[in-house]
Ligand binder design. Structure first.
Ligand code: AMP
Ligand code: ZN
Length: 114
């Protein structure tokens, strides 16, 4: 998907420092952080949103969560706590249509979200 921002980050056509990379997933810090720690975890393959996950993607959500957990340890917010968010579609506030987990922490996060 050459017109997808996050596919271009995966392809390195938009150079972005990676926090983590494996065969299925990459993670990088959000360009507009909403908390002291704000890292995005994305699949290398293009999936537009959580609404576009299919049975054949069954391995992927687990991997994204596991990497989110690793990032929290790497960024030293695992003990203080953090939030994982997957904005989906228009009401969910999704702005980049390539599936991603937000890992947010480093401060107290209010609930409920806006
Ligand atoms: P969402 O609104 O849930 O789709 O989240 C998209 C996120 O991508 C936002 O938090 C943006 O700040 C972030 N973002 C957009 N462009 C970049 C970029 N080039 N590098 C890192 N994060 C980005
Ligand atoms: Zn994409």
């Amino acid at each position: 998907m050459s017109d997808c921002l996050f596919c271009n980050i995966v392809a390195r056509t938009i150079p972005t420092p990676l926090v983590y990379e494996d065969d299925l997933v990459v993670a990088f810090d959000d360009i507009n952080p909403q908390a002291p720690i704000h890292t995005l975890v994305i699949p290398k393959a293009h999936v537009a949103s959580m609404a576009e996950l299919h049975n054949s993607d069954a391995e992927l959500p687990g991997r994204l969560m596991l990497v989110g957990s690793k990032i929290a340890k790497l960024k030293e917010i695992a003990d203080s706590g953090y939030r994982v968010v997957v904005n989906t579609g228009s009401h969910g506030g999704q702005s980049v249509f390539h599936l991603h987990l937000h890992v947010l922490g480093g401060r107290h996060l209010a609930w409920p979200p806006g």
